[in-house]
Design a protein around this ligand. Structure first.
Ligand SMILES: *[C@@H]1O[C@H](CO)[C@@H](O)[C@H](O)[C@H]1NC(C)=O
Ligand SMILES: *[C@@H]1O[C@H](CO)[C@@H](O)[C@H](O)[C@H]1NC(C)=O
Ligand SMILES: *[C@@H]1O[C@H](CO)[C@@H](O)[C@H](O)[C@H]1NC(C)=O
Ligand SMILES: *[C@@H]1O[C@H](CO)[C@@H](O)[C@H](O)[C@H]1NC(C)=O
Ligand SMILES: *[C@@H]1O[C@H](CO)[C@@H](O)[C@H](O)[C@H]1NC(C)=O
Ligand SMILES: *[C@@H]1O[C@H](CO)[C@@H](O)[C@H](O)[C@H]1NC(C)=O
Ligand SMILES: *[C@@H]1O[C@H](CO)[C@@H](O)[C@H](O)[C@H]1NC(C)=O
Ligand SMILES: *[C@@H]1O[C@H](CO)[C@@H](O)[C@H](O)[C@H]1NC(C)=O
Ligand SMILES: *[C@@H]1O[C@H](CO)[C@@H](O)[C@H](O)[C@H]1NC(C)=O
Ligand SMILES: *[C@@H]1O[C@H](CO)[C@@H](O)[C@H](O)[C@H]1NC(C)=O
Length: 676
């Protein structure tokens, strides 16, 4: 299920609309209610092929697989059928949804980035060029999978699918009576035969709006392959050639007038739209099978994003004073690896970035736990002395390597020398939607730096140095955990918590400057294992009150509602909800800054992307990779995951630091059938 939200953002004042030259199946949405989009074709093929691979794996392991594989599968059905986990752990479809969205957004963006490139759309009879786009792209996808760079692989794959799918809309393949895919398009070594030569006339005028019989009978009888010419500026085309058709296509105004596109029901050959879309689905399935055979089943499923688990990502300061911290990072990660290996909760990848000064890296990015263990074993704390370290450079490297929505843990006890990277890192946090949690040891409580007996300023973290890290944590939805080295091991449970299945954030607030606040949050019967994290100084106190009025104060470490552990500035509450659904209250008393975050485990969650409406007649959207423009409307595409019964009634954007709330208006997808 998905909804489009239009949110008015109150910022500065420019609106720029990109002219739309959509020349393909509609990218994401349809306005006519009946046409099939690139998004739908892509998602249908991904779900079918993924289910087939899971069925084959189940068969080889002698497991039951009862799902019927057809074109009506939903993301949740496939995720559930693919799960070999018969424990009671909660399934999340967020990773799968996110990865499918990456592929349909990159598919759709071909219409923006390569709007006028004929080979990306098989226009103008560019069959060899189009086939090269596909086969080069497929090789790149396979190489990315071998490098375990699934993000790049998905991005390229979505684009390749666009070109492949356009072939069935823009050529006369379907008119020639074919209902199976043209598999030479994915095989670089096969010759493309029966192409209509440059001198061969292929179309005649349509009769008025009726283009049913505009392809010349000779072309059909000889089985010659042709495609429509398309140009938005000029009506030039070789004599007697078919056009794409439609109002943007100037070539279709010239003899032979009209076109052969099957992009949607209302196109020149719209009567064949469904047939073209159906073959495009099967062609996409075939392309996915080609990739699966090349890379193997498990890497293929990773490429599809069919993973329950998160990545384990550490960015670690390796200067002299960090040996205890490194030992703790090692202990906690080895514990996670050893307890989760072979289970569905095993991290889907491991990322390690060491930094000191002047060095950053090397980056370790691997799905192999043993390689990660070796890398972390090799870390030694040395050097550094009294100078600040390149923390943000290390974080920047991790943010670019990690899949979106990862949680990244940064271990340091020193100020950042590269604070000038703050805005770059913030932008990366926004675009990757990753959370950054800092594990800061030995932050000084005073505002002045400690001086050693020789009067040299030590490397220790002062309050203003720590503020940089707090700001980044806040911008990302993570936390800044500040403990003594001795207490670090009591705080690293947050790392284990982040790797539980289906973790969702229920509530989050950062209050700076400090003031008393009564927060409320909702407990529903779909959410388990609520955990609250409060960071703040030792003067902070709080009271938790359940929906039925039971309450517990912060000085009761084991009360009726929660067990509370404290490590440095962090208080962690394991909350027992005991079926007490409804509105709970969390009241905080503090006059210094603090943060509150409440998580739970639930299969119900949502993903969102900022999208941008094309100008022009189509009213379709494409992914917006930068911030919304000031003063204009911003549109979010929100997809609910994990439930067929949950519907969205409101959406609001909250400022991460202030009381600003912007309410959106909800617009349902144009075509509900395509929206699950
Ligand atoms: C969709 O197709 C059906 C049947 O073909 C037709 O009745 C209906 O009017 C079409 N809807 C739109 C919005 O074109
Ligand atoms: C899960 O299924 C496997 C076989 O498919 C079985 O050996 C195992 O005992 C089951 N575990 C649980 C917790 O049911
Ligand atoms: C909730 O937490 C308990 C204790 O940590 C754990 O045993 C249980 O599996 C968790 N529930 C889920 C759904 O993961
Ligand atoms: C095709 O249509 C165009 C524009 O209507 C017209 O000028 C031309 O003569 C027609 N050609 C033939 C062969 O009928
Ligand atoms: C697509 O493939 C499926 C499964 O192989 C098949 O049942 C269906 O008929 C094919 N569709 C077309 C249009 O050939
Ligand atoms: C929080 O609620 C209590 C009563 O439940 C009230 O006394 C107090 O003033 C409230 N605090 C704030 C900041 O609203
Ligand atoms: C918690 O603090 C309140 C007042 O601040 C006090 O009355 C109560 O005894 C304390 N409870 C515990 C368990 O320390
Ligand atoms: C919560 O509700 C379920 C089903 O309604 C029941 O089986 C369970 O015992 C309840 N748990 C508690 C702690 O009340
Ligand atoms: C934002 O959207 C509303 C309603 O769709 C429209 O009236 C308004 O003109 C738009 N504002 C801008 C700046 O585009
Ligand atoms: C947004 O919605 C919330 C809850 O529905 C409401 O309390 C608030 O006043 C609204 N804000 C604006 C700016 O409309």
């Amino acid at each position: 299920m998905c909804r489009i939200y239009t949110v008015q953002l109150f910022v500065a004042m420019v609106v720029l609309l990109r002219p739309s030259v959509v020349n393909s199946f509609q990218p994401l949405f349809v306005s006519d209610g009946n046409s099939t989009t690139h998004r739908h074709i892509t998602q249908t093929a991904i779900l079918r092929k993924t289910a087939e691979v899971c069925r084959d794996i189940a068969a080889s392991e002698g497991r039951e697989f009862s799902l019927t594989i057809d074109d009506t599968l939903s993301v949740s059905q496939v995720q559930m059928a693919c799960s070999s986990d018969n424990s009671s752990s909660i399934l999340s479809t967020v990773n799968f949804h996110t990865s499918i969205a990456t592929m349909f957004f990159s598919n759709a963006i071909v219409d923006v980035v390569y709007a006028l490139s004929e080979e990306h759309h098989f226009d103008d009879e560019t069959f060899k060029g189009g086939r090269d786009v596909i086969t080069t792209g497929v090789s790149a996808v396979k190489a990315s999978v071998k490098d375990e760079n699934y993000i790049a692989g998905r991005w390229t794959l979505g684009q390749v699918c666009h070109t492949l799918q356009d072939f069935y809309s823009h050529s006369n393949w379907v008119e020639l009576g074919n209902n199976a895919p043209y598999n030479s398009l994915i095989k670089p070594d096969q010759t493309l035969t029966n192409l209509a030569g440059v001198d061969v006339q292929t179309c005649k005028n349509c009769t008025g709006d009726n283009c049913k019989n505009n392809i010349l009978p000779d072309v059909l009888q000889q089985g010659l392959l042709t495609s429509g010419y398309f140009n938005i500026f000029s009506s030039e085309k070789p004599t007697g050639k078919c056009s794409h058709g439609g109002s943007f296509d100037k070539t279709s105004e010239r003899d032979p007038v009209g076109g052969i596109s099957k992009d949607k029901v209302g196109s020149s050959h719209g009567f064949l739209h469904k047939d073209a879309a159906n073959v495009a689905v099967n062609a996409t399935v075939e392309l996915l099978e080609d990739i699966r055979i090349a890379v193997g089943d498990v890497p293929f499923l990773r490429l599809m994003g069919l993973s329950q688990s998160s990545v384990l990502c550490f960015v670690i300061d390796t200067t002299g004073s960090m040996s205890d911290d490194i030992a703790e990072a090692k202990r906690v990660s080895f514990g996670i690896i050893d307890s989760k290996r072979g289970t569905p909760q095993e991290p889907s990848a491991y990322i390690l970035v060491p930094f000191n000064d002047p060095g950053v890296g090397p980056l370790t990015l691997t799905t192999n736990a043993d390689i990660f263990k070796e890398s972390i074993n090799r870390l030694t704390a040395s050097g550094g002395g009294d100078i600040p370290e390149l923390c943000l450079s290390g974080l920047q490297l991790a943010l670019t390597a990690a899949p979106s929505s990862s949680e990244i843990f940064v271990f340091t006890d020193a100020p950042a020398k590269d604070a000038h990277l703050k805005s770059t890192v913030t932008a990366l946090i926004e675009s990757s939607k990753s959370e950054v949690t800092f594990m800061l040891t030995d932050v000084l409580s005073s505002h002045r730096r400690r001086r050693s007996s020789q009067g040299v300023i030590t490397r220790a973290l002062g309050q203003s140095d720590a503020q940089l890290y707090r700001d980044l944590a806040q911008a990302s939805g993570g936390q800044s955990i500040e403990v003594t080295k001795a207490d670090l091991s009591m705080a690293t449970s947050v790392i284990e918590d982040s790797l539980a299945s289906a973790v969702v954030t229920i509530f989050q607030a950062v209050v700076n400057p400090g003031r008393n606040n009564n927060f409320t949050f909702t407990v529903d019967d779909l959410t388990q294992n609520l955990t609250a994290y409060v960071t703040g100084d030792s003067s902070l106190s709080f009271k938790l009150t359940s929906s039925t009025g039971v309450s517990q104060a912060s000085n009761e470490t084991s009360g009726p509602l929660a067990s509370i552990t404290t490590a440095g500035n962090l208080r962690r509450l394991r909350i027992r909800t005991d079926n007490e659904t409804g509105i709970w209250q969390f009241s905080v008393t503090s006059d210094s800054p603090y943060s509150v975050k409440i998580t739970g485990q639930s299969s119900v969650d949502f993903i969102y992307n900022i999208v941008e409406e094309h100008g022009g007649a189509h009213g379709d959207f494409s992914l917006k990779e930068s911030r919304p423009l000031s003063g204009g409307n911003a549109t979010l595409m929100v997809t609910m995951t994990g439930s067929n019964t949950v519907t969205v009634t409101d959406v609001s954007l909250l400022d991460d630091s202030g009381p600003t709330q912007v309410n959106g208006s909800i617009q349902a997808c144009y075509n509900f059938k395509l929206c699950n």
